[in-house]
Design a protein around this ligand. Structure first.
Ligand code: NDP
Length: 451
């Protein structure tokens, strides 16, 4: 039995339906860090894995709010404070009906290693609710956010735990959450990041994750001696914060982005996506993507209902580089095979764990440059930390300064991941490189801080 198999056996009790994605993330990390565990027995002696896979605490609470018809609605809220060995707990809030403890444990666990990779002083956490913001009025969103914060404020603070946005939580929601935090604590402090710029947000926070993923990809392609993205066909999935800003940066550097998608379907526009129109549909009006085709009749729309067997229309479009930026497990083994057949050179995870384990293994075995989420999408949390620094010193950095620091951070992460992979005998494997580099820093801090 290999060391990885032995370690995984210890955690078999974590493998149940609700924990499926958490177990998937944990298994990947354990396989990746096996060379580190073999080379230094101190990690086993200090039971680091056993300690790391259990959150410091999980806060679960009831959220009761009144809808526009004055009916009482009840949701569940969560905050998973996973690990603060490197700094205050930090990670986003997700509002989506699929949210449960297992999903947040997966995201919080990934966040520990991601935050470690940034080299900044931030620990790992994640939170959210099964509340569905879709179809709710602004007033209902505000009432839900207010009720959510009534409970959450007891557990957060600029030196304790600093939540941010994620799926379903953008500037609007962070604004309402911050307003209520301020009221409840009588304190104007950076207990949340992702705030609008005019009351404490950082310039470039909305762009950070998408732009960061593109900066990471440019750096990875250069290290791997592949052609740059300029002039190349790229496919992007999703049409939310990460996807829109990945498309924006790709277009700025001269790449041709021909797709986007949402939970209902995919747009393929061979002439290149019209970003202004897309922002108008998805950001301003929160409408259906299908509308895109009425303005661009050369574009096609494919409904997800046409893909019941798990292949996804967006990955059937031939491309040089693919950017899954929607949600977890959206790129399956079948999709990976299609990408390989169509000559794809690189895949960058803008979303958290959008690629299934089987798909990742297939892409790596075909030497596709593969940028894993915990490295490639760390730009969002890095700029969140810049927002914490600005709040603490009551200063405001220029767009250029934040952008330069973001680019530098993403290049640094990319080099560190590539070097770590080389040092541990898995050159070119950015999954193992990211897991080992991220784990080692947290583990060393945990050992130094005692039990
Ligand atoms: P948003 O809520 O802004 O957007 C999510 C997008 O994904 C929407 O367009 C949504 O469609 C689409 N989507 C959701 N489920 C599916 C599906 N099953 N198939 C196709 N599309 C789908 O979220 P973000 O852009 O903020 O987050 C996207 C991903 O990036 C998540 O995995 C998140 O954890 C990760 N991430 C986000 C960061 C950030 O800074 N925002 C930071 C790091 C990671 P619809 O509109 O129909 O719901």
């Amino acid at each position: 039995m290999t060391i990885a198999e032995k370690e995984i056996k210890k955690f078999e009790n974590h493998n149940c339906a609700e924990n499926a994605v958490f177990y998937q993330a944990m298994e990947e990390v354990i396989y990746s860090i096996a060379p580190l565990l073999e080379s230094d027995e101190k990690y086993s002696r200090h039971a680091i894995l056993e300690r790391l896979v259990v959150p410091d605490r999980i806060i679960k609470f009831k959220v009761t709010w009144l809808d526009d018809e004055n009916k009482v609605q009840v949701n569940t809220g969560f905050r998973v404070q996973f690990n603060n060995a490197l700094g205050p707990y930090k990670g986003g809030l997700r509002f989506h009906p699929s949210v449960n403890e297992g999903v947040l444990k997966f995201l919080g666990f990934e966040q520990i290693l991601k935050n470690s990779l940034t080299g900044l002083s931030i620990g790992g956490a994640k939170g959210g609710s099964d509340f569905d913001p879709k179809g709710k009025s602004d007033f209902e969103i505000m009432k839900f956010c207010t009720a959510f914060m009534t409970e959450l404020h007891k557990y957060i603070g600029p030196r304790i735990d600093v939540p941010a946005g994620d799926i379903g939580v953008g500037e609007r929601e962070i604004g309402y959450l911050f307003g209520e935090y301020k009221k409840l604590t009588s304190s104007y402090e950076g207990a949340l990041t992702g705030k609008p710029f005019f009351f404490g947000g950082s310039l470039m926070r909305p762009q950070a994750t998408g732009y960061g993923a593109v900066y990471f990809t440019e750096s990875m392609l250069e290290i791997e001696a592949k052609e740059p993205l300029s002039g190349k066909i790229c496919t992007v999935s999703g049409a939310g914060n990460v996807a829109l800003h990945a498309i924006e940066k790709l277009q700025q550097i001269g790449a041709i982005v021909v797709s986007c998608s949402d939970s209902h379907g995919t747009i393929y526009d061979p002439r290149g996506v019209d970003l202004e129109l897309l922002k108008d549909i998805k950001e301003k009006r929160r409408a259906s993507l299908e509308e895109y085709c009425s303005a661009h009749n050369e574009a096609t729309y494919t409904s997800v209902l046409e893909y019941p067997e798990g292949g996804h229309a967006v990955w059937e479009i031939p491309c040089y580089a693919a950017f899954p930026c929607a949600t977890q497990n959206e790129l399956t083994e079948l999709d990976a095979q299609t990408l390989i057949t169509n000559g794809c050179v690189s895949v960058t995870e803008g979303a958290n764990m959008p690629t299934t384990r089987e798909a990742t293994a297939l892409l790596l075995s075909h030497k596709i440059c593969f940028a894993p989420a915990k490295a490639a999408n760390a730009g969002g949390v890095a700029v969140s930390e810049f927002e914490m620094s600005q709040n603490a010193s009551m200063s405001k950095w220029s767009f250029e300064k934040v952008d330069a620091k973001l680019k530098e951070t993403m290049q640094m992460i990319c080099k560190r991941v590539a070097l770590t992979a080389k040092d541990y005998g898995v050159e070119g494997n950015y999954v193992d490189g990211a897991n080992i580099a991220g784990f080692k820093k947290v583990a060393d801090a945990m050992i130094a801080e005692g039990i």
